[in-house]
Write a protein that binds this ligand. Structure first.
Ligand SMILES: Nc1ncnc2c1ncn2[C@@H]1O[C@H](COP(=O)(O)OP(=O)(O)OP(=O)(O)O)[C@@H](O)[C@H]1O
Ligand SMILES: [Mg+2]
Length: 415
C-alpha cells in the first residue's frame, strides 16, 4: 500500500459546496430590520417607477452580496406577473475595474450576449459611453444596475457613476429608468467621491452591521442543514463556530469557512461526525494560514529578523533582548551576503512584528539600578514561520539548528 494513497472513507457531508462562497442561499435568515429597509427601497421597481439609487455599506461578510442577489432574483421572479413591467438586472463586481472606461465596457459586455462582446481597448471613451446608452435603451423599462465592491473604482475615476445616475436627465436615455445599487465594505469610500457623485449615488444609504453570535448560529444552521448529514454535527459545533465568528468581527463568511474546515478535519480522519475538537483544530489551522499570509507580505529584512528569531528559539535562547537578536540577524545577513540594517531599524521592526501578533514582549525593570529592558519571544510556531519564509531560507541557506523544524513540504537542503 502506498504511503499516500487516496481512498474515500466516512464523511459528514452530503453537499459540501453549500458551505462555500459560491453558494447563494435560497432564503436569508435574521437581519430582519435591514432587509425590511432594503425591500422597501426596491419597492418602486415593481411599480415600474425609478427607484432611488442605493448605497449599501457594511464590513466584510455581513451579507451585502447575498441579500442583494436574493432580492434581484425575487424581483425578477415577481416582475413576471405584470405585463407592463420590463425589468432587467445587471450585476457587476467592480474588482479589477478601476476606471470609468473599464467599468463602462464591462457593463456593455454584461448586457450583451457572448457573441457580441467587445474588447477592452480600441474605443474612445465617448464611443464606449454611446454603446452603453444604446444597450440600456435597447429594452425600454427599468434597469437595475448593481455595482458590487464599487470601492475598487479609483478616486477621480468615478464619472461613470455620475453619468449613469444622470443618464435620463442628460438625455442619454429616454425610455429607460435606471436604478443603481452601489455596495462597499470600505466605509470611507464615499468620502473620496466628488460631491455630485456622492449625492446621486447615495440617495438612500443602507448599513448592515456585523453579526452577533446568535445571528451567526442561524446563518450556520441554515447552511449546515444542506451541507451535512442528519447526524453529521455534534451539538456544540455550531455554537462554537458562531462564538469564534462573533469574536472575529461578526463575519458570516469566516464562520462558514470555519465550519467547512472543521468538516474537512473530520473527513480527513474518515469520520462522519464533526466534533467540537474538530472546530478547535480547524480554528488553529485557519489561524496558521493567516499567519503565513501575513508573513509573506512583509519586508525582506523582516524575514531575516524572523529567521534570526527562529534560530535563537531553536537554540533555546528565547525570550531574548534586542542586543542578542541583532547580532544573530547580522549573522543571517552575512550568510546571505546581504547588507544589514541598523540595530534601531531592527528594534522598530520587532515592534511591528509584535503588532502583527507574531511576537510577544515582556518588560523587565532593573530595579534600583534604574532603567528597563524588553525581552522578545516568538508567539508562533517555528515551523509555521519557516514555511512562510521559504525564499529567505533559499537565499541564506538552512542553518543546522533549525533543520528539525523545517516542514516536509519545503524542499530544502542544509548548509
Ligand atoms: N442573512 C444571511 N442569511 C444567510 N446567509 C448569509 C446571510 N448573511 C451572510 N450570509 C452568507 O455569508 C457569506 C458572506 O456573505 P456576503 O458574501 O453576502 O458578504 P458581503 O457583505 O458581501 O462581504 P464582502 O464585503 O466581503 O463582499 C455568504 O456565504 C452568504 O451567503
Ligand atoms: Mg460581497
Amino acid at each position: 500500500m502506498g504511503q499516500f494513497e487516496f481512498k474515500r472513507g466516512n464523511t459528514p457531508y452530503v453537499n459540501r459546496g453549500a458551505l462555500t462562497d459560491e453558494y447563494t442561499p435560497n432564503s436569508l435568515v435574521g437581519r430582519d430590520d435591514e432587509l425590511e429597509e432594503y425591500h422597501s427601497a426596491l419597492e418602486p421597481v415593481i411599480w415600474g417607477e425609478t427607484p432611488k439609487n442605493i448605497f449599501l455599506y457594511g464590513k466584510t461578510g455581513v451579507g451585502k452580496t447575498a441579500s442583494t442577489k436574493y432580492f434581484l432574483k425575487q424581483l425578477e421572479a415577481d416582475s413576471e406577473q405584470y405585463d407592463d413591467l420590463v425589468l432587467r438586472t445587471v450585476f457587476l463586481n467592480c474588482d479589477g475595474l478601476e476606471t470609468s472606461y473599464r467599468l463602462c465596457i464591462a457593463l456593455v459586455n454584461q448586457m450583451r450576449s457572448a457573441s457580441q462582446q467587445i474588447s477592452e481597448s480600441g474605443y474612445s471613451k465617448s464611443e464606449a459611453y454611446a454603446m452603453l446608452w444604446e444597450e440600456l435603451e435597447s429594452r425600454a423599462g427599468t434597469v437595475l444596475i448593481v455595482l458590487d465592491e464599487v470601492d475598487h473604482i479609483k478616486s477621480g475615476e468615478d464619472s461613470i457613476l455620475y453619468q449613469l445616475s444622470r443618464a435620463h436627465a442628460n438625455g442619454n436615455v429616454s425610455d429607460t429608468k435606471i436604478g443603481i445599487i452601489g455596495i462597499s465594505n470600505d466605509l470611507t469610500f464615499t468620502d473620496d467621491l466628488s460631491p455630485k457623485v456622492k449625492s446621486s449615488l447615495c440617495e438612500r444609504q443602507l448599513h448592515f452591521p456585523t453579526y452577533d453570535a446568535t445571528e451567526l448560529q442561524d446563518v450556520l444552521q441554515q447552511r449546515a442543514d444542506i451541507a451535512f448529514k442528519d447526524d453529521g454535527l455534534d451539538e456544540g459545533v455550531i455554537p462554537l463556530c458562531a462564538a469564534y465568528g462573533a469574536k472575529e468581527a461578526g463575519d458570516a463568511r469566516k464562520a462558514l469557512d470555519l465550519l467547512l474546515e472543521a468538516g474537512d478535519v473530520a473527513r480527513e480522519n474518515k469520520r462522519s461526525l464533526v466534533t467540537e475538537d474538530d472546530v478547535n483544530r480547524a480554528q488553529s489551522r485557519l489561524k496558521s494560514k493567516k499567519v503565513r499570509r501575513g508573513i509573506q507580505g512583509l519586508h525582506e529584512h523582516d524575514h531575516y529578523i524572523l529567521y534570526a528569531l527562529c534560530v535563537l528559539a531553536a537554540n533555546g535562547k528565547m525570550p531574548a533582548r534586542t542586543r542578542v537578536i541583532y547580532p544573530q540577524y547580522e549573522r543571517i545577513c552575512e550568510a546571505g551576503d546581504i547588507d544589514p540594517h541598523t540595530s534601531r531599524w531592527v528594534s522598530d521592526h520587532l515592534d511591528e512584528l509584535k503588532m502583527l501578533g507574531l511576537l510577544s514582549v515582556t518588560e523587565k525593570n532593573l530595579g534600583r539600578k534604574g532603567g528597563k529592558y524588553r525581552k522578545w519571544d516568538l508567539k508562533t510556531d517555528i515551523s509555521n514561520i519557516l514555511e512562510s519564509i521559504e525564499e529567505t531560507l533559499k537565499v541564506v541557506g538552512v542553518l543546522r539548528s533549525i533543520e528539525p523544524y523545517i516542514p516536509d513540504s519545503l524542499e530544502l537542503r542544509s548548509n
